[in-house]
Design a protein around this ligand. Structure first.
Ligand SMILES: *[C@@H]1O[C@H](CO)[C@@H](O)[C@H](O)[C@H]1NC(C)=O
Ligand SMILES: *[C@@H]1O[C@H](CO)[C@@H](O)[C@H](O)[C@H]1NC(C)=O
Ligand SMILES: *[C@@H]1O[C@H](CO)[C@@H](O)[C@H](O)[C@H]1NC(C)=O
Ligand SMILES: *[C@@H]1O[C@H](CO)[C@@H](O)[C@H](O)[C@H]1NC(C)=O
Ligand SMILES: *[C@@H]1O[C@H](CO)[C@@H](O)[C@H](O)[C@H]1NC(C)=O
Ligand SMILES: *[C@@H]1O[C@H](CO)[C@@H](O)[C@H](O)[C@H]1NC(C)=O
Length: 407
């Protein structure tokens, strides 16, 4: 019997994948603190402010945790969540301080930069924390801008040298700067895209109004795949052919309504919904990872993620080498010839690729396919010129059936 070993190897594979996904996250602050219920409030706020993700991505970091009682003092000030984020980011030192190191500080005093400092919203020394080894074994902590040490080392919660150290301190560090009223961070996507070489894409988002949907999703998490300016330029003739609604759908197709770091993207192989997904209108694509390569396959085109433009949880922007063409708007299965980056992988001619994928008996269908990925009709009732969905369904079924046989 072939089945047993195949099944076993699939099992092994899944187990490895499981371990892989554990191993790729060197530490998980949410998980560490969950073992200590006295920090549940602090832990909760690390999550909703998205600081947890930032902490997990970094190495050589120290988290100054405050118990639920200490957090109650902070919450009684009724600060907005954006201000709380600033205050808590002052409690994440971008250096490793284990309990022992606290007592071995040169000259007994040190100043450590924090995540608050790295946000750039802390002027002067406001983003630094003063750590001073006081007499009688006490170690004091204070926001550098406050000029005094208002909190003390209590105990070591967990230390994973030299990746992350979690220390309990007696109370929240007071800092007038961190507690100053803060607006919701102005995550102006258009500005972000403009600065990051995705101006053409950003301009289309603005002009079409699709930007609104992107912006509405920022708080809850947003992943954007931005085709570079050159790629957009080459695509414009086809873009102009779309109806207004089609343009919006195409643009929304380049966003996923969750934050997906590179690591998460790599482990999320499979179908993913997009901002354009709306009930029966699937507008989905498949994420494929091979080694370090991540591709997005839409049935019409396969685009490659060529880099991270910006990763600022809850928003991440990636650059892709092609416009993602949803099958809901475009027909054909060909590698699109539009402005590909020169080193694009498959120089296969569109015809041969089409032959590979769809060698079904369609000799009778008129050769209307000349404009491979010309705009397909956007309304279901407008059927003329629509490509043969039935044929595709069967090809798809075959592919899926094949996959099942493999497994
Ligand atoms: C520290 O982080 C690195 C990189 O993520 C990881 O390889 C290593 O296993 C971690 N060390 C410990 C003790 O967890
Ligand atoms: C971290 O741990 C929490 C709680 O155990 C879990 O819900 C979350 O998915 C983990 N995050 C990552 C990135 O693994
Ligand atoms: C930390 O604060 C103490 C007390 O205010 C001060 O004496 C010390 O110089 C400060 N240390 C640093 C590194 O700024
Ligand atoms: C983003 O910035 C652009 C250019 O500065 C501006 O035109 C646009 O109105 C801004 N959008 C929002 C939502 O503030
Ligand atoms: C635009 O649509 C027209 C009519 O459907 C078609 O003939 C033309 O080739 C299309 N142009 C592009 C660039 O797709
Ligand atoms: C199909 O729909 C498109 C866009 O909605 C429209 O431009 C075109 O004229 C329609 N064609 C037919 C035959 O109705």
């Amino acid at each position: 019997m072939q089945h047993a070993p195949v099944f076993t190897s699939v099992l092994t594979l899944s187990v490895c994948l499981l371990f892989l996904s554990c191993a790729t996250h060197a530490h998980n602050i949410t998980h560490i603190l969950a073992k200590h219920p006295e920090f549940s409030t602090f832990n909760h706020y690390l999550t909703i402010t998205h600081l947890a993700g930032e902490i997990n991505r970094r190495q050589t970091i120290t988290v100054l945790a405050v118990s639920n009682a200490g957090m109650a003092d902070l919450l009684s000030k009724h600060l907005s969540v954006f201000v709380i984020k600033n205050v808590l980011s002052l409690h994440v030192l971008v250096d490793y301080f284990g309990a022992r190191k606290l007592h071995q500080i040169t000259d007994g005093t040190a100043s450590s930069a924090t995540l608050f400092q790295s946000t750039g919203s802390a002027p002067g020394t406001a983003g630094f924390v003063n750590i001073t080894d006081l007499k009688h074994g006490k170690v004091g902590f204070g926001a550098q801008d406050s000029g005094h040490l208002n909190s003390y080392f209590v105990k070591s919660v967990e230390e994973i040298p030299y990746n992350i150290s979690v220390l309990e301190i007696s109370q929240i560090l007071t800092s007038a700067v961190a507690e100053a009223p803060a607006e919701a961070p102005s995550l102006n996507l258009t500005n972000m895209l403009t600065k990051q070489g995705c101006k053409a894409f950003g301009d289309l988002l603005e002009a079409s109004g699709a930007i609104k949907t992107f912006e509405e999703n920022v708080d809850g998490g947003l992943t954007v795949f931005c085709p570079s300016d050159d790629v957009i330029k080459g695509f414009m003739p086809k873009y102009k052919n779309l109806t207004a609604a089609g343009k919006v759908s195409l643009l929304l197709y380049h966003g996923i309504p969750i934050y997906q770091s590179m690591q998460m993207l790599k482990s999320s192989n499979g179908l993913t919904n997009t901002l354009a997904t709306d009930g029966a209108k699937k507008y989905d694509f498949t994420v494929q990872t091979e080694g370090e390569d991540i591709t997005l396959e839409t049935k019409v085109v396969t685009a490659r993620v060529t880099g991270t433009v910006l990763d600022q949880e809850p928003v991440v922007l990636y650059k892709v080498n092609k416009v993602l063409l949803p099958r809901e708007l475009f027909k054909g299965t060909v590698e699109d010839d539009e402005a590909e980056s020169p080193k694009a992988s498959s120089p296969k001619s569109s015809k041969s690729k089409k032959a590979d994928t769809a060698d079904s008996p369609d000799a009778d269908s008129p050769e209307s396919d000349d404009s491979e990925d010309s705009t397909a009709d956007q309304d279901d009732e407008n059927g003329s010129g629509r490509f043969d969905g039935g044929r595709w369904a069967s090809v798809l079924l075959t592919v899926f059936a094949g996959a099942f046989v493999l497994f």
